[in-house]
Design a protein around this ligand. Structure first.
Ligand code: ADP
Ligand code: MG
Length: 409
């Protein structure tokens, strides 16, 4: 497969919400409202809700009868109230200034009864679709029930597109009129900029916990980018492969050989590879008193938890010269404030780089927001796993089912 073949699919053959006349019609709108909640049931990050607003607002402006649906967490059964969309319904009501009514049971007649009367300043939100076992089983029966409510199906749940679940896959399969919302359109458009004719220089900034999680992304990007910047725990497998002492830092022993080959392949293609040259280390993860050590002075019991200031400088200079930056993976254990400096400094460098900058991955999105530089990114994907799978060139079931091959050759 050539490196651009799969990506050239993009949004080909997929209709958009604006291609339909939705005025007065019942529209099933699958969203990703899977937000994190604390033990008190309060929303700790409403990014996915706010990212869903433009499509909902468009539907309201057009006078559509909206039926919103989403999953939240992984509930075992209906009794698991911690996965209820109730707090989400409340937040949506505040933000949209229309009443969002939570429908406990999609199998009852209540939904249809609601839709049969005019819905002024009201929308329906179905309770967590994962309360229904059929959802994750991609059940056609569950999909039949939902198909009975709506005339048009719109998917705007980018973060769920990599799952062949009933409201993502079986349901649109049953519907004639189907398409995507504004968020998916934006997500795919930005991710495609990373795959097709990117502005150069193009730098991929990778980090995070494991090389093994990122091999497919590396394999896809190696022929497209001009250089890699590698930090985070991932970097220590690469440094080890180069023969450096990495102390007790996290290393994937079974990936050292891969890292070695990867370094050779990057060199053979005359591309840039930057690795850390200094580190913040500790003697145990629970000890938050980090020490700065240059690579040459790494001790046998040192555990690297963040990149050092010289590394920040080197990485930032290269990033500052890039016209396209893709960032996936924090540079250190950024959840611990003492070890967040490197990640936040790199977030700043990316945010201030002059071109297109796109953030993918769940933890990286959280880090971008925590850094205070989220606003300056071109795009932060709301789909952690889905964005990486898309970049790897995998076909996302939620997108593929919407493609109408008659619309393109
Ligand atoms: P994403 O979700 O953005 O794809 P990952 O899940 O791959 O990112 O990586 C995020 C995790 O990597 C974070 O929890 C962070 O603490 C961890 N991490 C980063 N650097 C290190 C390190 N040096 N040692 C251990 N863990 C690290
Ligand atoms: Mg992660």
């Amino acid at each position: 497969m050539s490196s651009t073949q799969a990506s050239s699919y993009g949004l080909r053959g997929i209709r958009k919400i604006k291609d339909f006349d939705i005025s007065g019609k019942p529209v099933f709108l699958r969203l990703d409202l899977n937000v994190p909640l604390n033990d008190k049931g309060e929303i700790t990050d409403d990014t996915r809700i706010t990212a869903s607003l433009p499509t909902i607002q468009y539907g309201l402006e057009q006078g559509a009868k909206l039926i919103l649906a989403s999953h939240l967490g992984r509930p075992k059964d209906r009794d698991d109230k911690s996965a209820s969309l109730e707090p989400v319904a409340r937040r949506l009501t505040e933000l949209l200034k229309v009443e969002v009514i939570l429908m406990e049971d999609p199998n009852s007649d209540a939904v249809k009864a609601f839709l049969s009367s005019p819905m002024k300043n009201q929308i329906i939100l179905l309770e967590n679709v994962r309360y229904e076992p059929g959802e994750t089983e991609n059940s056609e029966e569950f999909a039949q029930t939902l198909a009975g409510f709506a005339q048009i199906y719109i998917n705007d749940a980018f973060g769920a597109c990599h799952r062949a679940h009933s409201t993502i896959h079986a349901l649109p399969q049953l519907m004639k009129d189907k398409g995507i919302g504004l968020l998916i359109e934006k997500e795919v458009t930005f991710l495609d900029q990373l795959l097709e004719n990117p502005k150069r220089p193009y730098i991929a900034v990778l980090g995070g916990s494991k090389v093994s999680d990122k091999i497919d992304v590396i394999e896809r990007l190696i022929n497209i980018v001009d250089g890699f910047v590698i930090g985070g725990a991932m970097a220590y497998t690469f440094l080890k492969a180069q023969g450096h002492n990495v102390g007790k830092s996290r290393v994937e022993a079974d990936k050292i050989k891969y890292a070695k080959e990867m370094i050779e392949r990057i060199e053979a293609r005359q591309k840039t590879l930057l690795l850390p040259v200094d580190h913040i280390v500790t003697d145990s993860i629970t000890n938050t008193n980090g020490r700065l050590v240059p690579q040459a002075n790494m001790g046998d019991s040192d555990i690297a938890v963040d990149i050092g200031p010289q590394t920040i400088k080197n990485f930032s200079t290269l990033i500052g010269s890039a016209q396209t930056v893709f960032w996936n993976g924090p540079m250190g254990i950024f959840e611990t404030p003492e070890f967040s400096k490197g990640t936040f400094a790199i977030a700043k460098a990316i945010a201030e780089s002059p071109g297109v900058k796109v953030v993918g991955g769940g933890d990286s999105a959280a880090a971008a927001h925590a850094s205070g530089y989220a606003e300056k990114m071109s795009h932060i994907s709301t789909g952690g796993g889905a964005s990486l799978e898309y970049l790897q060139g995998e076909k996302l079931p939620g997108l593929e089912i919407l493609r109408d091959r008659r619309l393109y050759k």
